[in-house]
Design a protein around this ligand. Structure first.
Ligand SMILES: [Zn+2]
Length: 427
């Protein structure tokens, strides 16, 4: 065995009274398949053998007393029986001997709390709150003893509690990155709190009437997608509220048809965590201005929200617009209009109707295809295949020159949009 380990462990015990856990933790990266408590006890045993073997040549009693003070039973017994010395055990310098004693009680509190609150989950993570003074003393010991093999008390406690929970919750999975619940344990007060992570559900929504919006922004909106989900679905999941994150949005007076617009719903504090099959049933909306796709339902995560927002401009969208002309147009004009808007780049400045800042921001979007159906002399139906983020109403009107080129420009007359629908959002 590396003598350095023994002399360092002995040096640590000469300076500080350390329990088996706290001594073993200084050497946590050495050995395999054992916990720090066993590591610490083994070190104390070897040190004791070493000191005992040297007893004839030198006075090793002061060091054996240090071992005994740290609670090493064989040393205590040896000093008492052979030398008639009774040594008083000192509490551990780092943990004060309290923290590791309480682990079983803490684990029991966790299990009781989970049962009591009736929360459904598949994955969990444990985090511990450790008093600052314990962490400071640990830092002091590691710095002074200088062990490059040490691990932190937080890591040891998380692992020990995690292991015990694993035995008691055999059908649950310990997960570091995206757990369903985070168990937070205060190792000193013994208090346990459960943080339920949001349930993210990916689906698509269709908006089948006009006059409603994604979120309730204005008072003149009857209802919103977010409110509809809050009123209908949150109770089915025992969630406190739902927040919608969609890939772009349509105006209040525009319907969203076809397969619908992709969205992630984040359900806050859900008590239930159904699987995807069950979610398909739960997501069903009936007799509401919105429909949620039940075939596209997937359990998602927070990262997908970012992706969805980024994808909003990458998606290809298909719009149907009913427009009113000021003068009749010929079939010839219609054909050249269609040709002109084939793969045409459109430059747009923030429309006048949008009041938010910055007031005049430039964006460039593509129109890929335009199909025109003449309904009567002055009434056209336009099918516009374009890049996400294009202001379609302004593509039609030109918005007094802020959008160029526009359909009004191309026809040399005022064209007014009457009704607009999103027919599809292509991935
Ligand atoms: Zn300790």
């Amino acid at each position: 065995m590396e003598p350095d380990v023994i002399s360092r462990a002995l040096e640590a015990l000469r300076r500080y009274s350390l329990c088996d856990h706290c001594l073993g933790r200084l050497f946590a990266r050495l050995g395999y398949g054992m916990e720090n408590e066993e590591r610490g006890r083994s070190l104390k045993n070897v040190i004791f053998l070493h000191l005992h073997s040297r007893a004839a040549q030198e006075d090793t009693l002061p060091d054996i007393e240090k071992l005994a003070e740290s609670g090493h039973e064989p040393s205590l017994k040896y000093l008492r029986d052979v030398h008639g010395i009774n040594v008083e055990v000192k509490s551990c310098y780092i943990c004060r001997g309290e923290i590791f004693k309480n682990i079983d009680a803490l684990v029991k509190t966790i299990i009781d709390k989970i049962r009591e609150e009736g929360i459904e989950f598949k994955t969990y993570h444990v985090g511990t709150r450790i008093p600052k003074d314990v962490l400071m003393r640990e830092l002091e010991v590691v710095t002074n003893v200088g062990s490059e093999w040490a691990e932190s008390i937080k890591r040891e406690l998380n692992r020990l509690i995690g292991k015990k929970l694993k035995d008691l919750l055999p059908d649950k999975v310990f997960e570091r990155l995206n757990p369903d619940i985070e168990i937070i344990v205060d190792v000193c007060s013994g208090e346990v709190s459960l943080e339920i992570k949001p349930l993210y559900v990916y689906t698509r929504y269709r908006k089948i009437i006009r006059g409603v919006s994604q979120v309730q922004l204005r008072l003149n909106v009857i209802t919103s997608l977010q409110k509809t989900i809050n009123d209908n679905i949150c109770c089915r999941l025992g969630a406190r509220e739902a927040i919608v994150h969609a890939s772009g949005r349509e105006d209040t007076d525009v319907r969203m048809l076809g397969r619908g617009r992709p969205l992630v719903i984040s359900f806050v504090n859900p008590r239930k965590r159904p699987n995807e099959d069950e979610l398909r049933e739960i997501m069903r909306l009936e007799n509401e201005p919105f429909e949620l796709s039940t075939t596209d339902v997937k359990i998602a995560n927070r990262r997908l929200i970012e992706k969805l927002k980024k994808d909003a401009t990458r998606h290809v969208k298909i719009y149907r617009a009913l427009v009113l002309l000021s003068q009749a147009v010929t079939d010839e004009q219609i054909r050249s209009l269609e040709e002109y808007f084939h793969n045409r780049q459109i430059v747009q400045y923030t429309p006048r109707r949008i009041k938010r800042k910055p007031p005049k921001k430039r964006r460039v979007r593509m129109v890929y295809e335009l199909k025109v159906i003449k309904l009567c002399d002055k009434l056209l139906e336009l099918i516009i295949k374009c890049q996400g983020g294009l202001y379609v109403k302004e593509l039609i009107t030109g918005d007094e020159g802020r959008t160029s080129p526009s359909i009004s420009d191309a026809l040399g007359q005022d064209v007014r949009p009457l009704l607009l629908d999103v027919l599809d959002v292509l991935d």
